[in-house]
Design a protein around this ligand. Structure first.
Ligand SMILES: O=C(O)c1ccc(O)c(O)c1
Ligand SMILES: [Mg+2]
Length: 628
């Protein structure tokens, strides 16, 4: 399987793009002509530079407004094509993309287009070159891959073939099924892109909002199944026009693209085992059964404050690590590890960020398979020296310096708590917190697609549509990735400005991290009572909120009074109720949330978020902590 990416998909100069593309592991690039023209170096030098990066030029593109022109424009178009053929030979590529004409003078007509392409085919053949024809979704006369194929079929020339682009087919709502009957060798090239389902003008959507397969809402897998069933065996090339990627980190975007291609093709062969995909076998998406532990790095005063907060939440320090300065706190199924050791990953994170979550342990179907799949997707395994008697727990590097450890039943890794820890014997009665409901990770808005892809490509997790959360000082975008049964739920919050609560957390933590941890109880009022007994400091919610609640929902005065007295927020979904209460912020904006899900409520209390954020900010302002 030959992988490729159009240079337009990546930010930077041509040289920077090549370095990023090569490092990510692709086999080739489509040179977008603009990138070549903007570069100061001859075509031959560019060709050499590409090959020196271990890449090949899979195609030159785009060549516009060629077919169906009246004279004298027609002859001029052939002359232009000859000049591009010169360029191709100097660059060292044999394929050029012609996209369907948008020229106002284009006359249209399937046979006229076929004749033009046939004649161009003769000229290409004389030079050993090939021409591929692509239907732009907004082409003047040709805007459907079926018409483009009919033109190529009638052109009937060995050097003329079809180019398919998932965006142009799926973005127009066309079924890809007709592709199955096209002879595979007549498909010269396949471009892949996804896009979010936002109704808008096709051209604008395509030029600004494309994203990597799996990052959007189009059925790119269905499209690729049809392409592979046709017998296509050429390059699979990403062509992503995206405003964020143009300004993003070239290496990250290139890596994400590669990850999306491998994931896509693995999905294709698993969905349609009859098609041949030349890709080494990799484990399927990993089932996540829950969060085994959350690990904080904490030292000195901060460790003391965190211990105080955990105690006020009803947690008990149940064990201490045999060799290291690490405590284990527990309640219900929840494990919180507090790592104060001066060595290792936690120490590095402490030095870089101070008190923060430095590691997440997940219960998975197979820890070994998780690392194997992660590697295949270009993620990095993580390990650090083991102390005496410590288990070698498989781990990978997540995004932005985070670490994920994987625990499973079969390999005995779940014994780690007995093997590495000594019971501490501390006792309290707890506050009824049962399990981790979800984790919220905060990142820059520009990195959200990357995080979503990370989770959805490695794990058997689905993403929800993105929603807007209103902060008094700006907008935060929120997206959920979760396993089908809800055993693992992550909310990803993308901050656009540093003035929002999320953005401020991002700035004060030197990058993306877990901002809040939501813990589940089966009885929010009993928990609230127990927390009060533990001197837990709840986030106060204003009376206006409760007055409005009475108008939004049909709730009894008694329940309303209890909600208000306990500072519990409320939401409903098809008659199912949801309760939330919050801790005050600590460590630059982290906080705990406590939830009760009634009868299968699946949301996250989104409608309450603006009021919760305002309450958190108010508290910050009162204390004289910077308001932002
Ligand atoms: O937006 C465009 O003009 C454009 C150009 C070339 C392509 O391959 C394409 O899919 C779109
Ligand atoms: Mg295209």
């Amino acid at each position: 399987m030959k992988t490729s990416i159009a240079t337009v998909s990546i930010s930077g100069t041509l040289t920077e793009k090549l370095a990023a593309i090569s490092a990510a592991g692709y086999d080739g690039i489509e040179i977008f002509e603009q990138d070549f023209i903007a570069h100061d170096g001859s075509p031959a030098e560019v060709g050499r530079m590409v090959r020196d990066h271990g890449l090949e030029i899979t195609m030159l593109q785009p060549f516009r407004d060629f077919e169906c022109l009246p004279e004298p424009l027609r002859s001029k178009a052939f002359d232009r094509a000859e000049r591009k053929f010169d360029l191709m030979q100097e660059l060292g590529t044999d394929l050029i993309l012609i996209c369907s004409s948008c020229h106002p003078a284009s006359l249209g007509g399937i046979d006229r287009a076929a004749n033009d392409l046939n004649e161009l085919g003769d000229r290409a053949k004389a030079r050993g070159l090939r021409v591929g024809y692509e239907a732009l979704a907004w082409g003047r006369h040709v805007n459907d891959h079926r018409d483009a194929w009919e033109i190529v079929r009638r052109a009937d020339h060995d050097n003329i073939g079809l180019i398919l682009d998932s965006f142009h087919t799926l973005g127009r709502g066309l079924s890809p099924e007709s592709i199955r009957s096209i002879p595979g060798d007549k498909i010269f090239f396949v471009q892949l892109a996804d896009a979010p389902a936002i109704p808008m003008d096709l051209l604008y959507w395509s030029r600004h909002f494309r994203n990597m397969p799996g990052e959007g809402d189009l059925d790119v897998r269905g499209f690729m199944q049809a392409v592979m069933a046709a017998g296509y065996s050429g390059p699979l090339s990403l062509e992503i026009f995206n405003d964020q990627f143009r300004g993003g980190n070239a290496r990250t975007v290139a890596k994400d693209g590669y990850r999306s291609l491998i994931t896509l093709m693995d999905d294709v062969r698993k969905a349609e085992p009859e098609v041949k995909v030349d890709l080494p076998a990799i484990p399927s998406r990993i089932g996540v059964h829950g969060v085994e532990f959350i690990e904080f790095t904490a030292r000195g005063d901060d460790a003391g404050k965190l211990a105080g907060l955990l105690g006020s939440l009803g947690f008990v320090r149940t064990a201490r690590h045999r060799n290291k300065d690490i405590d284990l706190w527990q309640q219900g199924e929840i494990r919180i590890v507090v790592n104060s050791d001066p060595e290792g990953h936690a120490a590095h994170v402490w030095n870089a960020r101070g008190l923060s979550v430095c590691d997440i342990g997940l219960r998975v179907s197979s820890a070994q398979d998780t690392v194997e799949r992660a590697r295949a997707l270009g993620m990095s395994p993580f390990d650090q020296p083991l102390g005496p008697g410590e288990l070698d727990i498989p781990a990978i590097r997540g995004l932005e310096g985070s670490i994920l450890h994987f625990i499973d039943e079969d390999s005995g890794l779940s014994r780690v708590w007995d093997v590495e820890f000594v019971p501490a014997g501390d006792e309290t009665k707890g506050a009824g917190l049962k399990r981790i409901d979800h984790l919220a990770q905060t990142m820059s808005y520009d990195d959200m697609l990357s995080w979503t892809l990370f989770y959805s490509s490695l794990f058997d997790m689905q993403k929800s549509p993105m929603v807007d959360v209103i902060d008094p000082d700006g907008l935060v975008r929120s997206q959920i990735v979760e396993s089908k049964g809800g055993e693992m739920r992550v909310t990803l919050n993308g901050a656009e400005t540093h003035r929002t609560l999320a953005g401020n957390f991002l700035a004060s933590n030197f990058g993306a991290s877990v901002q809040h941890i939501a813990l589940e109880t089966d009885d929010i009022f009993a928990t609230a009572k127990a927390l009060a007994d533990c001197k837990f400091e709840v986030l106060p919610i204003p009376a206006n909120y409760y007055a409005d609640l009475a108008s939004r929902f049909d709730i009894s005065p008694d329940l309303l009074a209890r909600l208000k007295a306990a500072n519990v927020l409320y939401d409903e979904e098809n008659g199912r109720s949801f309760f939330q209460l919050y801790s005050r912020s600590f460590a630059g904006g982290m906080f705990f949330e406590i939830v009760q899900r009634g009868g299968g409520y699946t949301g996250f209390g989104g409608p309450n978020a603006p009021f919760r954020i305002a309450a958190q900010k108010r508290l910050g302002r009162v204390k004289g902590v910077p308001a932002a």
